[in-house]
Design a protein around this ligand. Sequence first.
Ligand code: 2AL
Length: 243
Amino acid sequence: MRLHLINPNTSTGMTTRIGESASRIAAPGTRIVATQPDSGPVSIEGHFDEAISAVGVTEEIAKGERDGSDAYITACFGDPGLMAARELTRAPVLGIAEAGFHVASLISTRFSIVTTLSRTGIIAEHLLQAYGFAHHCRRIRAAEIPVLDLEDNGDAALTRVIETCRRARDEDGIGAIVLGCGGMADLRATIEEAVGIPIVEGVTAAVKLAEALVGLGLGTSKHGDLAFPRPKSFTGHFAHLSR
Ligand code: 2AL
């Protein structure tokens, strides 16, 4: 099984780390191919970054289709371009926020999210509402670290994430925590050990869900709104997308 993991931001170091985390958790028959868009923001920390990165995600899906991918993961917690990505393939496409919410709801009745910056909290809140998980999430907390601090300032960032998770554990009335950034993919076990309650991380959760869907023989439905995009002309910068 070829599992194409798309880091929607363009930081190659983060793509490598996320890919390594995915490979460690993957089943022996799963090959992880980790890529990032050719163009776009180096980190995704707001609505503007998301809008630009979503185009890059769709371009990576197009490449994955040429290379015969069996499933895809979009590894940014805002799930940028997820529904658009699903329109472009019959393979399953999993967003890491979506995967994290599903898995957390299977092992706890209530969870909190610990993300990077407060300003990204509204993105997670919108996703909880869109996916029907608002009722399961008690609180969205931020460690107040820029995304690239997870790369450049790893130890300090980890300390802040652990502190924030401990506050969530003690104050939120929850059973589990969902980590809210793709850049936290390799931190799950360390944080769980330090905090002592189940920590769900979206990249690793998405790998196992993607393997399950492929094992079940299920892919993205082409009946209804996730059908391939209607052929039409695109103009200007996007003329190459005309079909
Ligand atoms: C993210 C993420 O997962 N990757 C990125 O660049 N920005 N979102 C977040 N809330 O930190």
